[in-house]
Ligand binder design. Structure first.
Ligand code: MTE
Ligand code: MO
Length: 402
């Protein structure tokens, strides 16, 4: 590339009507400030939306859709395109009708209104929420041709909420380390889950805002639980009851579902933490390289339920050689981290991979390593390295390397 030149940029003397001629948008006035009280993305971006996979579930009421992570940048997921997972549909619950009961092993069972919760000291934290089933279709082989579908059961928002421990103190809960906190939602499924006391007292939030706004209906308006780094299923939406118990309840969602069946047919339970994982979001099957060889940016996301992402490596040859990517900014704990590899493409096919490391020293495994440990009966907790085959035309495809 010539000194001082920028990828793709044309020399200024070339006649380009967009440069040389007066355009409509400069000839007439635009839209007034009284016309759009709440803004939506401009129409040219209307393809950047959640999508579901029809054959995946029997009904869209107990189902999932996927965040368009291929088309986003930075780390914060806008609420309007953040994936949804419901077991019995999203419910409309007014703040006035909201009640949170805390009972069980407590000095005084209490019922909180929405206003009561707003009167308690609150905090702001950015966290990712990943469904344990994210990438779950890929165990047996490459299935879904899009990072939105292979890795889009994740969102990352700034939550405003009251630490769960504040509420447990308010009711005089028995906070001994062997106790459990059972949480359930106000929807028909209730989605009850048992949380060990140590986690409940650590960083769990009873949240009522996301990215500065009220939660959206589909994410649990008006109040949801935020369980940093732990599987999305525990992030109970429309939170209505918290019970302090002697033992785990062993509900449907922690026995028949959200356990990991191993090769010998036994099931692992209590696999709460989401291990470190990363994926290249661009290029990817929905984001081909359209500009030809030369300067380019390879970009993706990395996260760890154990803590901070410390390093992400990118391979162009299916894991034979690796280059260390640049982190968009220092990774937040239990939150998405953006990475970039600013690089040159020679126009030859690539086998693109990303590999994340976190501050516990954990390194994201290959698909082979994960299968050796877990077999192929699993659905949940697939955090293996993903491969995209990019051909000479820049088209990317979901593949496996062995
Ligand atoms: N009350 C209730 N809470 C729930 C669910 C539900 O169906 N009902 N789904 C759970 C599952 S499986 C996941 S992955 C997350 C998804 O959160 P989201 O819909 O905000 O993406 O919510 C969890 N909390
Ligand atoms: Mo989930």
């Amino acid at each position: 590339m010539a000194a001082g030149s920028v990828a793709g940029a044309a020399a200024a003397q070339q006649a380009d009507p967009l440069i040389t001629e007066l355009q409509d948008w400069a000839s007439y006035t635009g839209v007034g400030v009284d016309e759009v009280p709440y803004g939506m993305p401009i129409e040219f971006e209307k393809h950047v939306v959640r999508r579901n996979v029809e054959w995946l579930t029997a009904s869209p009421i107990s189902s999932i859709n996927f965040t368009p992570i291929h088309a986003l940048d930075g780390t914060i997921t806008p609420q309007g395109c953040a994936f949804e997972r419901h077991h019995s549909g999203a419910i409309e619950l007014r703040k006035e009708d909201y009640r949170l009961m805390i009972n069980g092993l407590v000095e005084e069972p209490l019922v909180f209104t929405y206003e009561d919760i707003e009167r308690l000291p609150r905090e702001n934290h950015v966290y990712f929420c990943e469904c344990a089933a994210n990438t779950g279709m890929e165990w047996a082989g490459a299935q879904l041709n899009g990072v939105q579908f292979t890795h889009g059961m994740i969102h990352n928002m700034e939550y405003t909420g009251v630490p769960l421990r504040t509420l447990l103190k308010a009711v005089g809960a028995d906070m001994s380390p062997d106790k459990w906190v059972y949480v359930e939602g106000a929807d028909a499924s209730s989605n009850g889950r048992s949380i060990p006391m140590e986690k409940a007292l650590d960083d769990v939030l009873v949240a009522f805002k996301a990215n500065g706004e009220a939660l959206r209906m589909e994410h649990g308006y008006p109040v949801r639980l935020v369980v940093p780094g732990w599987e999305g299923n525990m992030w109970v939406k429309w939170l209505r009851r918290i019970e302090i118990t002697d033992m785990a309840v062993e509900s449907r969602e922690e026995t028949s579902k959200y356990t990991d069946v191993l090769e010998d047919g036994t099931a692992r339970k209590w696999t709460w933490v989401m291990d470190a994982k990363s994926v290249i979001t661009s290029p990817s099957p929905q984001m081909p390289i359209t500009h030809g060889p030369g300067q380019m940016v390879i970009s993706g996301l990395a996260w760890s339920g154990h803590g901070q992402i410390t390093r992400v490596d990118v391979s162009k040859d299916g894991g034979i050689s690796w280059e260390t990517a640049r982190l968009g900014k220092q990774g937040d704990t239990k939150a998405l981290t953006r990475f970039y590899l600013d690089t040159e493409w020679d126009g030859a096919p690539m086998l693109l991979q990303a590999r994340a490391m976190d501050d516990t020293g954990y390194v994201q495994p290959t698909k082979e390593q994960l299968r050796a440990e877990r077999g192929e009966n699993s659905v949940y907790h697939n955090n293996c390295i993903q491969t995209w085959y990019v051909n000479a035309e820049g088209i990317a495809e979901n593949v496996e390397v062995s």
